[in-house]
Design a binder for this molecule. Structure first.
Ligand SMILES: Cc1cc2nc3c(=O)[nH]c(=O)nc-3n(C[C@H](O)[C@H](O)[C@H](O)COP(=O)(O)OP(=O)(O)OC[C@H]3O[C@@H](n4cnc5c(N)ncnc54)[C@H](O)[C@@H]3O)c2cc1C
Length: 294
């Protein structure tokens, strides 16, 4: 399939890009890595009249340490996130998730901003953003605003972005000592979107009890799901094997899994329990020893 006809604009600055989006309204779409938008255009699921290519905008691919968080520009590519020593040290969950997106060629082109804006409920980076409570920074001709990831994702492939706004950055809370994190997914073929995915970060106190837990599940509902209420209730618990079983069972019951052509709701619910258990086991091992369990 081939896309419909479109005009192509390549602005040199962020202001110019925002002005183009404002003047064309719904008829325009930004393109960054093109790894989701181009297939959608080829299938005629998206038919923008004007493509505003933001991939070359200067200064939007930086990854910066803000002490209690790391901030990534919207044009940070999946593979740069996976390879970044700063992300690996300060937010290993994000690096691990980025490393398992699609295939190498896709990771070399796809961007953080594109993945967040595309809002596929099975995508890795939106799940990490929701699980960790990331902040998404968006900008339009009228100025900047900041949204929590949980406000940003509205429904399947639908976000709180206005047509004239761009994602410009996202801030992810940084990890500290005695913390471990893990991302686990199940798919039928390497590189496919997940049928279910689970993300977690656990912090232990000096006695080895749960100090804080973040837990989220992807590809089961229309948006990535934060299991914050379940996670918050785990503070002070002893994280042994029975605890992992109990949290996995509770996660399985907490999701409102949906059917689609790839898997039934029942199968997704069962997978949720299994993957949450695996992710918790790996994250705990890391929190205790500092070692990453593959
Ligand atoms: C074969 C294949 C397998 C894949 N597997 C996975 C996978 O397993 N997991 C996964 O997460 N993804 C997967 N992807 C998608 C890939 O991660 C994309 O890179 C990502 O979804 C979108 O990033 P992009 O920069 O390519 O965005 P684009 O394709 O350029 O744009 C996607 C959408 O975001 C909008 N957009 C782009 N940048 C911005 C911005 N800064 N602000 C506002 N809107 C913006 C566009 O208008 C468009 O609506 C796969 C893609 C392919 C082709």
């Amino acid at each position: 399939m081939k896309p419909g006809a479109f005009a192509y604009r390549r602005p040199a600055t962020l202001d110019e890009a925002l002005a183009l989006l404002a003047s064309h309204g719904e008829a325009a779409k930004p393109i960054a890595g093109g790894q989701s938008l181009v297939p959608m255009m080829n299938l005629r699921m998206a038919q923008p009249e004007v493509l505003v290519d933001v991939a070359g905008l200067p200064g939007l691919d930086a990854i910066v340490d803000l002490d209690d968080a790391i901030e990534l520009g919207a044009l940070a590519r999946h593979q740069s996130i996976a390879d970044s020593p700063l992300v690996r040290a300060r937010c290993p969950l994000l690096a691990e998730a980025a490393a398992c997106i699609g295939h190498y060629a896709i990771r070399q082109r796809g961007t953080l901003g594109g993945s967040l804006a595309h809002a596929d409920p099975a995508a890795q980076l939106p799940l990490v953003a929701v699980t960790l409570g990331a902040t998404i920074v968006v900008q339009g001709a009228g100025g900047r605003r900041e949204l929590s990831a949980r406000e940003f994702f509205v429904s399947i492939m639908t976000t709180a972005l206005a047509a004239d706004e761009l994602v410009v950055a996202a801030r992810f809370p940084a990890s500290g000592a005695r913390e471990g994190a893990a991302f686990r997914l199940f798919n039928r073929r390497h590189g496919d979107y997940a049928i279910v995915s689970a993300a977690t970060r656990v912090a232990l106190d000096e006695a080895g009890l749960v100090r804080r837990l973040d837990l989220g599940v992807g590809a089961v509902e229309a948006v990535p799901v934060s299991l914050a209420a379940l996670a918050d209730a785990q503070r002070g618990r002893r994280p042994d094997a029975a605890w992992i079983d109990a949290v996995s069972s509770a996660a399985r019951e907490a999701v409102d899994a949906q059917d689609d052509a790839r898997a039934s709701a029942l199968y997704r619910r069962e997978l949720t329990g299994t993957l949450v258990g695996r992710a918790l086991g790996a994250a705990l091992a890391q929190a205790r020893t500092g070692a990453v369990t593959p």
